[in-house]
Design a binder for this molecule. Structure first.
Ligand code: PMP
Length: 295
């Protein structure tokens, strides 16, 4: 993720990544009580553009607020830091990772202190362009009553990593996690849609992190007059789909060709999911200013 030359933003200034050292007594390190974001920048005809930067930093503010972690930067400050970071590393297409973490504190209560880290690295599409295999995971999405699952909270990712580990052990690429009621929630770090007879279906808000990519895909679908319905989805429905796709900043739009070892019959190239994957790629590489109201 970094080399000798990599510059990161850490505790108020730009420094070399190799100079940063983090205390092993940091509260976030022990208890996962921290928040983060994930953004992508793209080279466009109008220069380097961070896709939907404001929406991501607004979500970061929301997560900080939910955990009462002070975020001493405005959305505009955060956006400026992100662009400076890209500039200092001479990055064009990159993944940007802000992390707001709590420093030394071994108690199970918050102190009103935080440190902002922001790093960036070149990260090709998380799953490449492969047609993925996924399984229904035995690891459930966390209960929204125990933690705000609509915020990107570090500790929430324990279950995502466990679900992915389980999927990999069984030979699958990805895990589809269910909610506490046995309905499909989402993938480990991405939202899920399925396609049936030309229409799209996706789980409603509640147990998911309703991603920015999810919203963009829904808007793109509507522009193309593809019907999208948010509704509770059973694992069986997913298995009987024509195609499944995952959406997220890191994965972008990834097509899933089989669930639990059962392949979909439809040619992936002839699906709405493939059409939307292409439209998403065109959009992020265009000099577009988001007209979308996010989340
Ligand atoms: N769910 C989880 C758990 C995620 O980590 C992500 C990635 N941020 C997503 C969904 C997709 O969100 P977005 O489209 O905003 O990147």
């Amino acid at each position: 993720y970094y080399s000798e030359k990599t510059v990161v933003f850490y505790d108020g200034k730009f420094v070399k990544a190799k100079q940063v050292s983090c205390s092993p007594f940091a509260q976030t390190m022990h208890y996962g009580y921290g928040i983060f974001e994930g953004l992508r920048s793209y080279q466009t005809s109008n220069g380097v553009s961070i896709f939907n930067a404001k929406a991501h930093f607004e979500r970061m503010k929301y997560a900080a607020h939910k955990l009462s972690i002070p975020l001493l930067y405005s959305v505009q400050d955060l956006e400026n830091i992100a662009y400076d970071l890209l500039d200092q590393n001479n990055f064009k297409d990159a993944y940007i990772r802000p992390l707001l973490f709590c420093p030394d504190n071994m108690r199970l209560s918050s102190r009103r202190e935080s440190i902002l880290f922001m790093g960036a690295w070149k990260w090709p599409r998380y799953h490449g362009n492969n047609l993925l295999s996924a399984c229904i995971s035995s690891i459930e999405r966390p209960n929204p009553k125990s933690c705000p699952v609509d915020a990107k909270i570090s500790g929430l990712y324990v279950s995502s990593i466990m679900a992915t580990n389980e999927a990999h052990l069984k030979g699958y690429d990805e895990a589809i996690m269910l909610d506490q009621f046995g309905n499909v929630a989402q993938a480990s770090g991405a939202n899920v849609f399925y396609e049936k007879e030309g229409e799209l279906f996706t789980p409603p808000k509640g147990h998911i992190l309703a991603g920015i990519t999810r919203k963009v895909i829904m808007d793109l679908a509507r522009e193309k007059e593809i019907k999208v319905t948010e509704k509770p989805i059973s694992p069986k429905e997913l298995q009987q789909a024509d195609m499944v796709m995952l959406t997220g900043t890191a994965v972008e739009v990834a097509l899933v060709g089989a669930i639990d070892g059962i392949s979909f019959k439809k040619n992936p190239k002839h699906t709405k999911c493939a059409e939307l994957a292409e439209a998403y790629s065109d959009l992020v590489h265009s000099a577009y200013e988001p007209a979308y109201t996010i989340i």
